[in-house]
Design a protein around this ligand. Structure first.
Ligand SMILES: Cc1cc2nc3c(=O)[nH]c(=O)nc-3n(C[C@H](O)[C@H](O)[C@H](O)COP(=O)(O)OP(=O)(O)OC[C@H]3O[C@@H](n4cnc5c(N)ncnc54)[C@H](O)[C@@H]3O)c2cc1C
Length: 486
């Protein structure tokens, strides 16, 4: 059975898949986003009348552009904004999106911006050494700070909640791993001042309201409606001259250095500069990424809490509930509708992986999957045994828990667990920020700004990003991954 910690490791936040045994990391499978039958996420389901969903700046595609961005998720939107607001904006910038605006992973995720400021230390240090591991973790905190500052200073109505998320260790093994990890993090010079630690199980249960909690590590995080954030950014970009074309799948990018022809379903465009923000689908247009990016479906469930956990008694923070068999992420949508989004790599994840494996040539990039029973059963297990949402525990009056529905999205895993940012090796004029694993919300804000700087001529050091995020031929060959035998 696959498990978040079956080999005794505590996975970094958002990289839980990388430590499962079932994911076939050498599949080399890729594909474009499916064009019909995709499942409906909570985010996309709550903006159905928004005219940006199918927006096109003109009836016909332009025949050329200074720069073209492929993909309208958070990576594409923020890269566009950073370019357009720079001192040297492109004369013409076109964004091509295969489906509706922001309908990839960011429009289907669990809405959690949860920087990993300590948990991934041991894993990252095995891969990249202590110094770079600390740099990765620091970058995550900086990314959330930048995101929150942007949202608050622009008064963006995206239902943001800021607080301390609880990482709950649910058995002795994970509690011990967490303690060892924290010790190693501190010994390497890590700063844990923002982490509140509760090691007493009685107190941990009381604080979390989750039965069986052994220890809690609470650290700063935010939750938000990601589509509404992207909507704000895109509206600002349109004012600054962005030409947006949704429902325009890109079929290929051909040509030679700084002279590229983009073939779409609606015609061709020529450009010297192509920016791939296609995340899990990147290798469909850049086959050199096939060895490095693995697309894989992931589920998110929407749960209406019972009256015992509603109103004044609602959960007061977000969670990761970590068992050795798997992990749940819990986003109780505190400044919004109060429904609870449950994601993560759960104890029944191996059933999902087995289902994908049966027909991986198409299922690896197919987000039509919804209401996948084994995952919903896992969610119900947590409700019954963790939050004690069983009928007998519910109030005599009021609502019972409702496990409403679930949807899927495609995560872009990278073999070395960090994103690929920068100039595509051997293809002058092509750039990317992709492979954000299950963790884009705590990475993209700084990666997209950094990418825009690189495109405009900056050196890597100017971006402030960890060096290991830089896309290199070595990473595309999977060399680092093999050296470390992950
Ligand atoms: C169920 C689920 C839950 C998750 N939960 C969280 C979470 O709580 N916190 C977190 O940090 N991360 C989470 N993630 C991961 C996170 O959503 C991603 O890391 C992030 O969305 C990546 O954003 P992006 O803009 O780079 O890519 P995407 O949002 O995937 O955008 C890529 C876009 O490119 C378009 N595109 C691709 N190929 C083409 C083409 N050929 N032509 C034109 N357009 C194309 C796609 O349609 C898509 O709109 C979750 C992911 C899933 C699936």
């Amino acid at each position: 059975m696959s498990s978040a910690t079956s080999d005794g490791r505590l996975p970094p936040v958002g990289q839980e898949h990388s430590s499962t045994s079932q994911v076939q990391l050498d599949g080399e499978i890729t594909g474009r986003p499916i064009e019909r039958g995709m499942s409906t996420s909570h985010w996309l389901g709550t903006v159905r009348s928004n005219p940006l969903l199918d927006y096109r700046s003109s009836e016909e595609l332009p025949s050329k552009a200074d720069m073209i961005i492929i993909g309208s998720g958070l990576s594409g939107a923020l890269t566009a904004l950073s370019l357009l607001e720079s001192s040297n904006p492109p004369k013409s910038l076109v964004m091509l999106e295969a489906r509706e605006l922001c309908s990839g992973a960011i429009g289907r995720n669990a809405g959690h911006c949860k920087p990993d400021i300590w948990r991934g230390f041991t894993e990252y240090s095995k891969l990249f050494g202590n110094k770079e591991a600390l740099r990765i973790l620091t970058n995550e905190g900086e990314t959330r700070d930048a995101l929150v500052e942007f949202i608050e200073s622009n008064e963006i109505q995206c239902e943001i909640w800021n607080g301390k998320t609880m990482d709950m260790m649910m058995d002795e093994e994970t509690a011990n791993k967490a303690a060892e990890n924290m010790k190693a993090f501190l010994a390497a010079g890590g700063d844990a001042r923002q982490v509140d630690i509760t090691l007493n199980p009685v107190q941990a249960e009381k604080l979390s309201r989750v039965k069986g909690a052994k220890a809690i590590y609470a650290s700063p995080a935010s939750t938000l409606h990601p589509w509404k954030l992207v909507e704000f950014i895109i509206k600002r970009c349109l004012k600054l001259g962005l030409q947006l074309h949704t429902l325009t799948p890109v079929l290929s990018v051909d040509g030679s250095d700084n002279d590229w022809t983009i073939q779409t379903k609606r015609g061709t465009i020529k450009t010297p500069t192509v920016i791939h923000t296609t995340n899990a689908y990147a290798a469909a247009l850049l086959p050199e990424m096939k060895k490095t990016i693995i697309p894989i479906p992931h589920m998110c469930n929407l749960v209406y809490p019972p009256s015992s956990h509603s109103g004044s008694k609602s959960l007061k923070t977000s969670y990761a509930v970590i068992y050795k068999e798997g992990l749940y992420t819990i986003n109780p949508r505190l400044n919004a509708d109060g429904c609870i989004l449950v994601g993560g790599v759960q104890p029944n994840q191996h059933h999902l992986e087995a289902y994908i494996e049966e027909k991986k040539e198409s299922r690896q990039f197919d987000d039509s999957l919804k209401d996948f029973k084994p995952i919903t059963d896992s969610v119900k297990d947590l409700g019954t045994n963790g939050f004690e949402w069983n009928e007998s525990q519910n109030l005599k009056t009021g609502f019972s828990v409702r496990y409403d529905r679930s949807w899927s999205g495609i995560i872009g895993l990278t073999k070395d667990q960090v994103p690929l940012v920068g100039a595509v090796p051997g293809k002058s004029g092509q750039w990317t920020s992709c492979g954000h694993n299950g963790h884009g919300m705590a990475r993209i804000f700084t990666c997209s700004r950094g990418l825009a700087q690189l495109i405009q001529g900056a050196e890597w050091t100017k971006t402030g990003l960890p060096k290991c995020f830089e896309i290199t031929q070595q990473r595309l060959n999977g060399e680092l991954y093999r050296q470390n035998k992950l």
